[in-house]
Design a protein around this ligand. Structure first.
Ligand code: FE2
Length: 379
């Protein structure tokens, strides 16, 4: 059953007894060592592990009980069988209370002693097996408890993540709603500004909204991104709000404008930008608004930008703005037909206007314009 020999330590101050016991145990297959006193016994036990210690109670120096006490503390797996004299069985019983497995009374029969040793070792093995079983059980329980804790931890974390996700979704939804509301308010504000500018100029009423629609169609025709399509429309709404700063006597002057009056008119893109600059909503459309009177050949205002240096949104807005102005009557001239307006734009392509934008508008007019309008992108 046991592959390794069981080691037994025989502790007795009588050498003859030690030797006799050791011989007998060795003949029974045990490995045996002897110690004449308690001190030596503890040393031997310290040097190697014994399965069992046969321990004489009465010894010179350290008593058997003292040795037992030390062994119980240092080598709790070692079985101890006390050896006692007939008149000291009371001490042997006391030793049992201290953890000794058994006791044998001197003089003893060696076979009987071996039987008690075997019995003690069997108890020790059983005890060890029980202890190992208990340990394994405890480990298993601990492992399962750990798994349960892990399961709950993961479940709680998953719930927390879900809650965060829900919160995030809620927040995103709320933020999207707030953004939509804010954008609607800004657009409303922009339209209000445009109307304020247009109210001074009866012939321009509805101009910004019409320019917005046309610029939208041109941007789509040119394959612009949704972002740019949106920016062009916002810019179209506010492009002329700077005209609120132009005195009526200049704005409505029937005759030729003086250079000073002309300079005053030319300020309106910059004034418009100054009016909306403080609002983040308009930030991306400022360059379009500011440049809507730049000319493709660099002769426009306010910065005399040329060609591609003019934001494409501004080049689109410029064409839409001019077309609507020509297509509407003015005090000093009747409205032009769409064809006449397109002809004028074509003549100015490469000078005042970007030829590709004029070309896009020409295609739109040829296909009756509004067919290309996309409800998803119009604001
Ligand atoms: Fe303008």
């Amino acid at each position: 059953m046991y592959e390794e020999k069981e080691a037994v330590l025989v502790v007795d101050d009588e050498e003859s007894i030690r030797e006799a016991v050791c011989r007998k145990l060795e003949s029974e297959g045990y490995e045996c060592a002897g110690a004449p006193d308690g001190k030596q016994a503890l040393w031997e036990a310290f040097m190697r592990e014994f399965s069992l210690v046969l321990l004489d109670i009465k010894m010179p120096g350290m008593s058997g009980l003292e040795v037992l006490s030390r062994l119980a503390e240092d080598q709790p797996d070692t079985a101890v069988v006390m050896i006692t004299s007939l008149n000291d069985t009371q001490t042997a019983v006391e030793a049992m209370g201290m953890g000794a497995y058994d006791y044998v009374v001197k003089p003893f029969d060696l076979d009987a002693l071996v039987a008690r040793v075997k019995k003690a070792l069997e108890r020790r093995h059983m005890s060890q097996e029980n202890r190992d079983y208990r340990l394994r059980l405890e480990q298993k329980v601990e492992q399962q408890v750990g798994q349960i804790h892990q399961y709950y931890r993961e479940a709680i974390e998953a719930l927390a993540r879900e809650e965060v996700a829900m919160n995030t979704l809620e927040q995103q939804k709320k933020q999207a709603e707030e953004k939509t509301n804010a954008e609607a308010l800004h657009l409303q504000f922009a339209r209000m500004l445009a109307q304020m500018a247009e109210v001074h100029e009866p012939y321009a009423r509805g101009h910004s909204e019409r320019v917005k629609l046309l610029a939208h169609d041109i941007a789509i025709q040119m394959g612009c991104s949704n972002k740019l399509i949106r920016e062009v429309q916002i810019a179209a709404i506010v492009h002329d709000i700077g005209k609120v700063s132009i005195p009526d006597h200049i704005l409505f002057k029937p005759g030729t404008l003086t250079p000073a009056e002309h300079a005053e008119i030319k300020r309106h893109p910059t004034v418009a930008v100054d009016l909306i600059r403080q609002m983040d909503f308009f930030k991306s459309v400022l360059p379009i608004v500011e440049s809507h009177h730049e000319w493709y050949d660099g002769k426009g205002y306010p910065s005399r930008l040329k060609g591609d240096a003019i934001p494409v949104g501004a080049r689109i807005l410029s064409v839409a703005d001019a077309f609507d102005a020509m297509a509407c009557a003015r005090p000093y001239r009747p409205r032009l037909s769409n064809e006449e307006a397109i002809e004028t734009l074509k003549k100015g392509a490469g000078k005042q206007w970007d030829p590709s934008v004029v070309e896009a508008l020409t295609r739109i007019m040829a296909r009756e314009s509004r067919l290309l309008q996309s409800p998803q992108t119009e604001i």
